[in-house]
Design a protein around this ligand. Sequence first.
Ligand code: FAD
Length: 263
Amino acid sequence: NTKEPWRPFNRSRVYMADLESALHYSLRVEVAAHTVIEGQELVSLKKYIAVLAKYFPGRTVVMNLLKSVNSWLQNQQGDEISYEAFRAMLDNSAQSQNTALPEGERWVGCQGSQPHLRRYPCGMWTLFHVLTVQAKSMESTDRSSPDCKEVLSAMRSYVRSFFGCRECAEHFENMATEVVTEVSTLQSAVIWLWSRHNRVNNRLAGALSEDPNFPKIQWPSPEMCAACHTVETNGDHKWIKKQVLSFLLSYFSSDRILTDYLE
Ligand code: FAD
């Protein structure tokens, strides 16, 4: 395992290289652990790909691929598909023009100081936040999509069916049961995911999985968003949700995603 050279990056930006690496790992490594995809897993994969085809703010080639895999998958009428057939779609489409999901992992904002730190789980969180923000920002242009739980529900079933860290999946599933009662708009979906991610950060602070160079904090820090924080008269910390929402909508917005280090 040769050590990759460190890629300098801006800690307060989102990188397309991380999002594409997360897609590669998810679709070519994680889902590949299932030789046959059937029942609830097939439903989960269909929902996940449908949400990606709709909201992934990617390069044209990648979006073309997601759309063609999506239409193939939605046309599968049987109860099961083989991973091999799915993989052939992912890779065969690459032979048609302007359609590809780049191979391999190239972590940038999700690089870790050790090979076992950050990377894919970091990429998945980033992808999930980007998708909820993209759904919110497409709200006015896409009247046909009133389902505010669509993205959270797809990521919940993906995690339950496929996420390699089973302990993480269990924790996430426990939180995700709250979505039904707590999320009623696209903006509350964005806020819900942010607050649950902070809950996870809180639980994992100081754990072995923490990268010492990227400590788990209640995010965003006051340095990143001063307006997001306030201190109550009794000294307690309080989030200003309205400010947090506008911070998230800008931080994860498609037009701020950096394309450095892409092939
Ligand atoms: P991550 O927590 O992965 O965050 C990635 C980036 O997102 C950060 O660098 C920051 O820029 C941004 N960010 C941080 N907090 C927020 C926030 N609140 N809102 C928006 N953006 C934010 N690991 C376990 O050990 N146990 C678990 O139970 C567990 N459950 C997980 C469940 C899911 C669904 C996922 C995707 C991962 C889970 N993990 C779990 C992994 C863990 O949460 C981290 O992803 C991993 O430790 C890498 O941490 P990181 O420092 O790269 O930051």
